[in-house]
Write a new protein. Structure first.
Length: 171
């Protein structure tokens, strides 16, 4: 299992992932990037209100955020934004990349998933799908990927912040 200290969130303004980011901010240094600066600042401020002593930084560049991080989370618009994906490709080598999907992105990117493995051939891709959309129920996530150590690391992170995970290793 990888010793994770810093997590970059590329596409951080996706509010559906706020619960995950809020919990991650209690344990990890967070580098947040989004092209929508206003929405990014709103998420940043909300996270600081919830986690007064958190180490959270807004980043003006996806490449710099990704380069400094141990793990990269692609979220929201970034999942299907070829330009952003290509920009971080050079600095994502040997890193775990988490693709955070919600219901509407899942159908769009399920075919794109294969290309994530091709775009990042030297990275470990873990697809994280929120399988419980009801806010009143406990959050549950399906983790899919090829690399068992990356799946273990991501599962450990998500379970460590209080979420249930189901792991599916794809051969």
């Amino acid at each position: 299992m990888q010793n994770v200290k810093t997590i970059a969130v590329i596409g951080a303004s996706d509010k559906r992932n706020f619960a995950v980011l809020n919990e991650l901010a209690t344990r990890y240094q967070m580098l947040l990037f989004d092209t929508n600066e206003k929405a990014l600042n709103e998420i940043y401020q909300a996270l600081l209100i919830q986690n007064r002593y958190a180490k959270i930084e807004q980043m003006p560049c996806a490449v710099n955020a990704s380069w400094e991080a141990d793990i990269i989370i692609l979220s929201g618009f970034c999942i299907n934004d070829a330009d952003t994906v290509q920009k971080i490709k050079k600095v994502a080598t040997a890193k775990t990349i988490i693709i955070m999907e919600n219901d509407d992105e899942f159908t769009k990117s399920i075919n794109y998933q294969v290309s994530f493995d091709l775009i990042f051939p030297h990275s470990k891709i873990v697809e994280v799908i929120n399988i419980n959309s009801d806010d009143s129920q406990e959050k549950e996530f399906l983790l899919e990927g090829h690399d068992s150590s990356a799946l273990d690391t991501v599962s450990h992170i998500f379970e460590g912040i209080g979420f249930n995970t189901y792991v599916s290793q794809i051969n």
